[in-house]
Design a protein around this ligand. Sequence first.
Ligand code: FO1
Length: 305
Amino acid sequence: MKVALMAGGTGGTKLAHGFSMLDDVELSVIVNVADDLELHGLHVSPDIDAVLYTLAGLIDSQRGWGVANDTYTAHAMFARYGEPIWFTLGDADLATHATRTRLLSEGTSLTDATASMAAALGLRSRILPATDDRCRTVILTDDGPLEFQEYFVRHRQEPEVRGVRIDGIDDARPTPSVIAAIRQADLLVIGPSNPVVSIGPMLALPGMREAILGVPRRVGVSPIIGGQALKGPAARMLDSLGHEVSAAGVARIYGDLLSHWVVDMTDAELAPRIGAMGVEPILLDAIMRTDADRARLAGELIGIG
Ligand code: FO1
């Protein structure tokens, strides 16, 4: 069974981990790169690294980013030099960014750099950046335009969001590996990630929607449960942008892109409205508290359709 999972942020990453635990699944994780940043001369890809570290068992699971038990000697030295330290890079994490940056500077694509790093960490699943082209999510706020990580980390998601722009998107393309993984997929899954800033930039890539619509089973998992996001700014962001903050509201954003929409059992009353959109509602326990929950949910998604 070939599964193509679109992910960015915590929820999608946990689901990727769930699929990676299933023996009979050949997994390709298509990952958002529009919240990448350049820092200390290094290319940092937070969403790719969250997937790499989670699948390799290295993630700091309390925070959902970075390497567990990392040390911060370099961070303290950056502070002494007066370098920006609002984005914390641990020593082990720094090695990831240095390796990626070295590969990119030698002309290796982000796709190939990620593949070689995933292989070095012993991963079986394919981790595919959605694009090798530079595109950056910019959050339009009352404080002016902010690059995603500036909004998310430096300004702690405090400024009110007025709009979202993705710089470079018109000239960016999904990679051939991404298109091939989608074309060959038996099942395409949109993970429970922020629909605006994690999934949105991937769907905005020219040709991405057409490729997805070619897969017969296209299942999305709601990142909103009981009117709330489990983590991150999705609920407030959806509200500020005029969307209904519910599993039905997110289903409407994806529209006919999906054939099935998984909502948590607690949102059962939304099922008729989702069905009326032409998308089949599926009620499951969609909260992934433990590793076993991740594998269970992934297994249930495989059984849909
Ligand atoms: N998130 C924070 O809230 N503060 C940080 O200092 C921070 C550093 C960081 C370093 C490497 C990395 O891969 C992720 C990091 N994150 C940090 C998380 C990141 O900003 C977000 O979780 C994702 O971009 C959301 O999709």
